[in-house]
Design a binder for this molecule. Structure first.
Ligand SMILES: [Zn+2]
Length: 55
C-alpha cells in the first residue's frame, strides 16, 4: 500500500499514466505526491473536457 513513498533519488522509476482525456503520458510530479492516485488529467483543460455536457 505504501509503495508511493519509495521514489527518492530514483527519477527513472517515476510512475506515469495516460491522461483520461487526451491520452498523453503524465509523469509523476512532486506536486502530485499527495494525490497521485486522484490525478486523472494532465491539465485543467483536460479536466474540464472530461464532461462534454456542461451543467
Ligand atoms: Zn490531457
Amino acid at each position: 500500500m505504501a509503495q508511493t513513498n519509495t521514489f527518492k533519488g530514483n527519477k527513472q522509476s517515476l510512475p506515469s499514466k495516460p491522461c483520461k482525456t487526451c491520452g498523453r503520458d503524465m509523469t509523476w510530479r512532486k506536486a502530485w505526491a499527495k494525490n497521485w492516485e486522484q490525478v486523472l488529467y494532465c491539465s485543467d483543460a483536460c479536466r474540464k473536457n472530461k464532461s462534454p455536457t456542461p451543467p
